[in-house]
Design a protein around this ligand. Structure first.
Ligand code: FEO
Length: 178
């Protein structure tokens, strides 16, 4: 029976499983960013609150992109349950440090999935993953630049206010201009 069910999809059980794990990871990232948005809003960092809300929306889009792929391939896409998000953060800077750690973890996760696809000779999923692997360059870049702003501008005086204003202006594409 199990083998008959697998005939409906070219995804191996393992690839389907890791894709569903990634769906969950993206959903948790979406929830985490929304939580960060709330913390920034409560602490007077309006620009960053808007930035994290946008990030949260993007993570949901990532989740849905993966979800659709698993479904389109005849697999079983699982709507994830997610645990309660962190509510409080130590400092404004620690929010961005945690966001960067999250993005690095996502990149590593996609690398592991890509590796499994190669080993399983699943080039369809491997090709599908290229969008995410490329997207992670931007995701990590923006998160890293945000953390660096704390060093570049400094936290003294109106520093945190200036950092907050600069957060939504960080742009990966802009680095190609000139
Ligand atoms: Fe979906 Fe920020 O990685």
């Amino acid at each position: 029976m199990k083998d008959l069910l697998r005939l409906k999809t070219s995804l191996t059980e393992e690839i389907e499983r890791v894709l569903n794990e990634q769906i969950k990871m993206e959903a948790e990232a979406s929830a985490m960013y929304l939580s960060m948005s709330s913390w920034c809003d409560r602490n007077g960092y309006d620009y960053s609150a808007g930035y994290f809300k946008k990030q949260s929306d993007e993570e949901r889009e990532h989740m849905l992109r993966l979800f659709k792929f698993v479904s389109d391939m005849g697999g079983r896409a699982i709507s994830p349950s997610i645990s309660a998000s962190q509510i409080e953060y130590e400092t404004f800077k620690s929010v961005f440090e945690q966001a960067l750690q999250q993005e690095i973890a996502v990149t590593q996760s996609f690398n592991r999935i890509a590796d499994k696809c190669m080993k399983a000779k699943d080039y369809v999923t491997f090709t599908f993953l290229q969008w995410f692997l490329k997207e992670q360059i931007e995701e990590e870049y923006v998160a890293r630049r945000a953390v660096e702003l704390f060093e570049v501008i400094g936290e003294e005086g109106t520093g945190l206010y200036e950092i907050d204003k600069r957060i939504p202006k960080i742009s990966y594409e802009d680095t190609y201009e000139d």
